[in-house]
Design a protein around this ligand. Structure first.
Ligand SMILES: Cc1cc2nc3c(=O)[nH]c(=O)nc-3n(C[C@H](O)[C@H](O)[C@H](O)COP(=O)(O)OP(=O)(O)OC[C@H]3O[C@@H](n4cnc5c(N)ncnc54)[C@H](O)[C@@H]3O)c2cc1C
Length: 503
C-alpha cells in the first residue's frame, strides 16, 4: 500500500468557483496561507460560476454608485442610459417576495446590505464590470432603460470573472490543486482540522486551522436530484458544471452539520429540447414576448407575470410538470427582433411557417386543433388599447382567459411565425448546509462546528421556489468574503492558543 501524502496549511477551501476564490482572496488578505482543492482539471476550473454570463445583482442608490464600480463609463453611455436605482430595501423585498417570504431574513439581509461593498471589493481586486445592454435594457427612442434590478456583468462573462479571481488569489499566495477531489472532513472533539482528498487518484490529507466548503450544490447528481427534488428530475437536462455533485454537502452532513432550505427546490429554466446535457446557450428566455404551449396545445403559465429575471428560474419546473415534459414557445414577427442571442444558434430546435395553421402542423407532439383554438382565444383576449413597452411592466394584458398573460401581451397574427421547442434544464439546487451570519456551519443543535465554514451554492436557506437573477454570484461573493475573513481570524486565535500552550 502506498504512503498517503500529508500537507499542512492555514485555511483549506474545497472548490474553485466564485465563492471559493472570493474566500481565498479574503483569507489571504488577512495573512492566511490558503490551499484550494478543486475536483476538476484546470481547463474546466470555475464550476457553475464559469458558465454564467457574469450577471450580478447588487443594491445601488443611483448612477454615482455605478461609477465607483465602472469608472470607465463614457459620457455618451451616461447620457443615453437610465440605470435607475435598486435600493437595499428593494433587493431584500425581492428576496422575500420571490421566495414566498421563506428566505432566511438574517442571511438575506446580509446578502443585500453587503452587496454594494462587495462589488467595490471585487473591483478593488481587478474584476471589471460592464452594463448588460441588450439583455437587461432595450434601446427605445435612443435611451437604454434598465429593468429587473440587474445592470452589470463581469467582463468576459463568468469565465472572465473566474480567471481574474484565480489570478488575483494566486498573486496573494493561494495555491490551487486541480484534479483534487475532497472526500471526507477530518474532525475531532475540537472541530474540523482538515480534509481527505484524492489528488490525481491518490489519497492525501491536508491539515488546517479552518476549512471552507464552497463546492456547489447537487444539480449534476441525478441520484440526489431524484431523491430530494422528486420523480422526473432525473430526466431534466443538466446545465453548467458536471462536478457539482453534492460532495461538500454530504461530507458536512456526515459529521453532523445541519441542513436547511428548500431541499425539494432548484433553479431550473426552459431550454432547447434536443441538445445534450451541459450545452452552452441551452436556455431560451424571451418567452415574456410570446406564448408557451404544452403537448395539449394549451398555455400553462403567465408568460408576462414579471420581468424575465424574476420568473425564468421557476418556469423550468413548470415545463417538467407538463405531459411529456416539453413545451413550445411561439412568437410572431412583431417581436422576433427582441429575441435574445441564444435563439440564433445552429443547435436550436426551431420551426417557422407563414400561417398559424402551417405552424401547427410543424409543432411536433402538439394537439393542433387545441393549439389553434388557444391562439384564437388568446388573440381575442389581448387588451390592444394598452401600449406595448418591453422595458417596463406595461400592463398590456389579456382579459377573460383561464391562464391570463399580464404584461407584454401581443396578438399572434403577423407571420412568419417562429416556434422553439423547450424542456426543463436544472441549473443549481436550493437546499444545503445551515450557516450563521459569520458563514460558520451549524450543527444539528444550531451550534457552530468549530473550524468549518461554507459559502455559495451549497448553503441552504436563501432561495425557495424561485430566485432573482444575478443573486447566485452575489451570494457566493458576499459569503465567500465573510467566510475567508472569519476563517483567517479563527486561524489566528488557534495559533495564539497553540503559542500560549507551548510557553
Ligand atoms: C448556465 C448557468 C448560468 C448562470 N448564470 C448566472 C448569472 O449570470 N448570474 C448569477 O448570479 N448566477 C448564475 N448562475 C448561478 C451561479 O453559477 C451559481 O449560483 C454560482 O456560480 C455558484 O458559485 P459557487 O462558487 O458556489 O459554485 P461553483 O462555481 O459551481 O463552484 C463549485 C466548485 O466546486 C468544485 N467541487 C465540487 N465537488 C468538489 C469536491 N469534492 N472537491 C473539490 N472540488 C469540488 C466544482 O468542480 C466547482 O468548481 C448560473 C448557473 C449556470 C449553470
Amino acid at each position: 500500500m502506498s504512503e498517503r501524502e500529508y500537507l499542512e496549511t492555514d485555511v483549506v477551501i474545497v472548490g474553485a468557483g466564485n465563492a471559493a476564490m472570493s474566500a481565498a482572496i479574503s483569507a489571504s488578505e488577512q495573512g492566511a496561507r490558503v490551499l484550494v482543492l478543486e475536483k476538476s482539471p484546470e481547463k474546466y476550473k470555475g464550476g457553475n460560476s464559469s458558465h454564467t454570463h457574469g450577471s450580478i445583482r447588487f443594491a445601488y442608490d443611483g448612477v454615482d454608485d455605478i461609477k465607483e464600480i465602472v469608472p470607465d463609463l463614457t459620457e455618451q453611455e451616461l447620457q443615453t442610459t437610465d440605470f435607475g436605482s435598486y435600493p437595499d430595501e428593494q433587493f431584500f423585498e425581492d428576496m422575500c417576495r420571490l421566495t414566498d417570504y421563506r428566505t432566511d431574513p438574517e442571511l438575506a439581509s446580509l446578502l443585500t446590505s453587503e452587496s454594494l461593498e462587495t462589488m467595490k471589493w471585487l473591483h478593488s481586486h481587478k474584476v471589471r464590470f460592464v452594463p448588460i445592454y441588450g439583455r437587461q435594457a432595450f434601446k427605445i427612442d435612443g435611451m437604454f432603460k434598465f429593468w429587473g434590478g440587474m445592470i452589470l456583468e463581469s467582463v468576459g462573462g463568468g469565465q472572465g470573472l473566474v480567471d481574474i479571481l484565480h489570478k488575483e488569489a494566486v498573486e496573494h499566495g493561494t495555491k490551487v490543486l486541480f484534479n483534487a477531489m475532497a472526500t471526507e472532513l477530518l474532525h475531532d472533539d475540537e472541530g474540523v482540522y482538515g480534509v481527505v482528498f484524492k489528488h490525481n487518484g491518490k489519497t492525501a490529507e491536508v491539515h488546517a486551522k479552518a476549512v471552507i466548503l464552497a463546492s456547489g450544490g447537487f444539480h449534476a447528481n441525478k441520484e440526489m436530484r431524484t431523491r430530494y427534488l422528486g420523480p422526473g428530475w432525473d430526466i431534466a437536462k443538466t446545465r453548467g458544471s458536471r462536478y457539482n455533485t453534492g460532495d461538500g454537502i454530504r461530507m458536512a452532513l456526515e459529521i453532523g452539520a445541519g441542513s436547511t432550505g428548500n431541499w425539494s427546490g432548484a433553479h431550473s429554466v426552459g431550454g432547447d429540447m434536443n441538445v445534450p446535457d451541459f450545452t452552452e446557450g441551452f436556455q431560451k428566455l424571451s418567452y415574456p414576448f410570446g406564448i408557451i404551449v404544452n403537448a395539449e396545445g394549451k398555455r400553462f403559465v403567465d408568460e408576462g407575470a414579471d420581468f424575465r429575471n424574476y420568473t425564468y428560474a421557476k418556469y423550468g419546473k413548470k415545463i417538467l410538470e407538463q405531459p411529456r415534459q416539453f413545451a413550445w414557445q411561439i412568437f410572431d414577427q412583431k417581436v422576433t427582433g427582441l429575441l435574445r442571442e441564444e435563439y440564433k444558434g445552429r443547435q436550436v430546435t426551431k420551426v417557422k411557417a407563414d400561417t398559424l395553421e402551417k405552424l401547427a402542423e410543424k409543432l411536433v407532439g402538439v394537439d393542433q386543433q387545441t393549439f389553434l383554438k388557444t391562439v384564437e382565444e388568446y388573440n381575442q383576449a389581448v387588451r390592444e388599447d394598452i401600449p406595448f413597452h418591453p422595458n417596463v411592466k406595461d400592463g398590456r394584458r389579456t382579459e377573460g382567459l383561464e391562464v391570463e398573460k399580464t404584461n407584454w401581451a401581443n396578438t399572434l397574427d403577423e407571420g412568419p411565425f417562429e416556434a422553439y421547442q423547450v424542456t426543463c434544464g436544472i441549473t443549481f439546487t436550493y437546499g444545503g448546509l445551515k450557516i450563521n451570519t459569520a458563514a460558520e456551519v451549524q450543527d444539528l443543535l444550531d451550534h457552530s462546528i468549530p473550524g468549518l465554514f461554507a459559502a455559495g451554492e451549497l448553503v441552504g436557506g436563501l432561495f425557495y421556489f424561485n430566485y432573482p437573477g444575478g443573486a447566485g454570484l452575489m451570494a457566493g461573493s458576499v459569503f465567500g468574503k465573510i467566510a475567508g475573513k472569519n476563517a483567517a481570524e479563527l486561524m489566528k486565535r488557534r495559533q495564539e492558543q497553540e503559542a500560549a500552550m507551548n510557553n
